[in-house]
Write a protein that binds this ligand. Structure first.
Ligand code: 5GP
Length: 210
């Protein structure tokens, strides 16, 4: 079977709980590597540079764009966010499944560049739960929350571009569902063409009487 890891994109509305979900997935299963993005937004209380994000100035970020250091990048609610290339390629090569927790514009760039990537969309059970989670988190002011809700409404238009939609109602159940979706995906025939060809060649040689 294919030895290279799977590139997995996870998007979801702000407040969908996808951050917690990803942390849990990575903690529980050793096959996953969570990519750390660069951003120009300010750190929230408790966030550590190099752990949640690499916090950059706009100048630094634009310099990285020029150096072609990102697999994808986008602007989201007045800030830049981008995925540094090196970690992603190194981890995939090492056979780990790399998770990019990114918004939809970045997800679509990845889908175009890497058609074999798997795209998952995480959503809360309903719209009101989303609003309550955003307000309850208390990390953003009212104006930012409004911007994020407006953005969520826009993003909801693009959900069909993703391969799977996962409802995050119960964290435990959602972690198991995501893990099984990702792992099952590896058995798709189109992901294992070199393995299939090897078996074919082996069988051909038997048919010739070798
Ligand atoms: P937050 O500011 O809440 O941490 O993230 C805002 C949005 O940016 C989230 O939807 C998050 O998934 C997305 N995001 C985080 N890192 C990246 C990235 O590297 N690229 C893109 N395109 N979006 C990102």
């Amino acid at each position: 079977m294919e030895k290279k890891g799977l590139l997995v994109v996870v998007s979801g509305f702000a407040g969908s709980g996808k951050g917690t979900l990803m942390k849990e997935l990575v903690k529980r299963y050793k096959t996953y590597a969570l990519s750390v993005s660069a951003t120009t937004r300010n750190p929230r209380p408790g966030e550590v540079d190099g752990r949640e994000y690499y916090f950059k100035t706009t100048e630094e970020f634009e310099q990285m764009i020029e150096e072609d250091a990102f697999v994808e990048y986008a602007r989201y609610v007045n800030n830049y966010y981008g995925t540094p290339k090196k970690y992603v390629f190194d981890q995939l090569e090492a056979g780990n499944d790399v998770i990019l927790e990114i918004e939809i514009q970045g997800a679509l760039q990845i889908q175009k560049k890497f058609p074999e990537a798997l795209l998952l969309f995480v959503t809360p059970p309903d719209a009101i739960t989303l609003k309550n989670r955003l307000v309850g988190r208390g990390t953003e002011d009212a104006a930012t929350i409004d911007l994020r809700l407006a953005r969520a409404s826009e993003e909801s238009q693009g959900i069909e571009e993703y391969d799977y939609i996962v409802v995050n109602d119960d964290l435990e159940e959602c972690v198991l569902t995501m893990h099984s979706i990702i792992q099952n995906e590896k058995y798709k025939t189109f992901r294992n063409l070199s393995f299939i060809n090897e078996i074919r060649d082996g069988l051909k040689s038997f048919a010739k009487g070798d």
